[in-house]
Write a protein that binds this ligand. Structure first.
Ligand SMILES: [Zn+2]
Length: 304
């Protein structure tokens, strides 16, 4: 998962808005907005499955709805009935063993893009090539998705020289100066002329790593020495739609599936330099459905 609290500190106004979406009086209006206008497959199959209720997973016998988060298989729906997505880059998700599987949205990515997503349980993680793999994690030294490719090129180019960090820091400063324009940046108007040199070269990016765990555990994983040398990428402030607050976590943060989705959207626009036409919207197929179910339940319970 990718916490937003770094961004929240930079943009305090976001915190208020997102917190409102969690449980206050008008929760159903602002919280829904980020999920509106998505190009999603029909939710009819999920509605049908939901009416049947929980079923036994054929592999582990657990009582599940839609999918089994332990076995990573579908329950009560067939693969043909749900969307299958091809991603432009491989995704690895590192999961903390203590994370409650049922709450994690990492499984959504694996089920919807099985060919491109791998889930690892910490501490079993691969050795990554720092020239070809990035870690999505906020904090000092993290760069934006826009600057990520250039930083990877700089790393490769300067390999035979000395430190590879300097160009990234320079670019980070430029990024900070531009920060003010980001808010108005997410319209379809795009900025094709920002597509510069790097995009025409062969992409060095092979894999993107996300961490899926509670806040404290995330810090532990992110400081693992095997992840230390990876270029860190942070997402621009986004409003999370996540419906659950968790103990020990900031009020607002991106669910793992949201972080993956927003990363890919940025990657598509800024790194592939192509217009985004909903290519990865179906990553939120389960997420948006569950979100609407929770909202309806809240409304009928009179909480809103
Ligand atoms: Zn199972």
């Amino acid at each position: 998962m990718s916490s937003l609290d770094q961004d929240q500190r930079l943009h305090p106004s976001c915190r208020d808005k997102t917190t409102v979406s969690s449980d206050s009086s008008d929760a159903h209006t602002p919280a829904k907005k980020p999920l509106q206008g998505l190009k999603l497959a029909s939710h009819a199959v999920l509605e049908e499955a939901q009416q049947k209720g929980r079923l036994k997973c054929s592999k582990c016998g657990g009582s599940r709805m839609f999918f089994c988060y332990t076995c990573c298989s579908l329950v009560g729906v067939t693969p043909q009935e749900i969307p299958s997505i091809e991603l432009p880059v491989k995704i690895d998700i590192i999961k903390h063993p203590n994370e409650t599987d049922g709450k994690s949205t990492a499984i959504h990515a694996k089920i919807l893009a099985p060919g491109d997503v791998t889930i690892y349980t910490y501490p079993c993680i691969p050795d990554y090539d720092k020239d070809k793999v990035v870690l999505v994690f906020p904090g000092p030294g993290a760069v934006s998705v826009q600057d990520m490719m250039q930083c990877l090129y700089d790393r490769t180019d300067s390999k035979s020289h000395y430190t590879s960090d300097m160009p990234c820091i320079k670019r980070l400063k430029r990024e900070e100066v531009q920060g003010a324009t980001h808010a108005s940046d997410n319209s379809e108007s795009g900025t094709p002329d920002e597509a510069k040199g790097p995009e025409s070269r062969v992409s060095p990016l092979q894999r993107v790593v996300f961490i899926d765990s509670t806040w404290n555990q995330t810090n532990k994983i992110s400081t693992d020495e095997r992840l230390q040398d990876l270029l860190r990428v942070e997402l621009n402030a986004r409003k999370t739609c996540f419906w659950r607050r968790q103990k020990g976590k900031p009020d607002t943060y991106l669910a793992t599936i949201e972080a993956i989705y927003y990363f890919l959207k940025d990657f598509h626009e800024h790194c592939l330099a192509e217009e985004y036409n909903g290519e990865y919207d179906n990553l939120l197929f389960f997420y948006s459905y569950l979100h609407s179910v929770v909202n309806k339940a809240k409304i009928s319970a009179g909480k809103c």
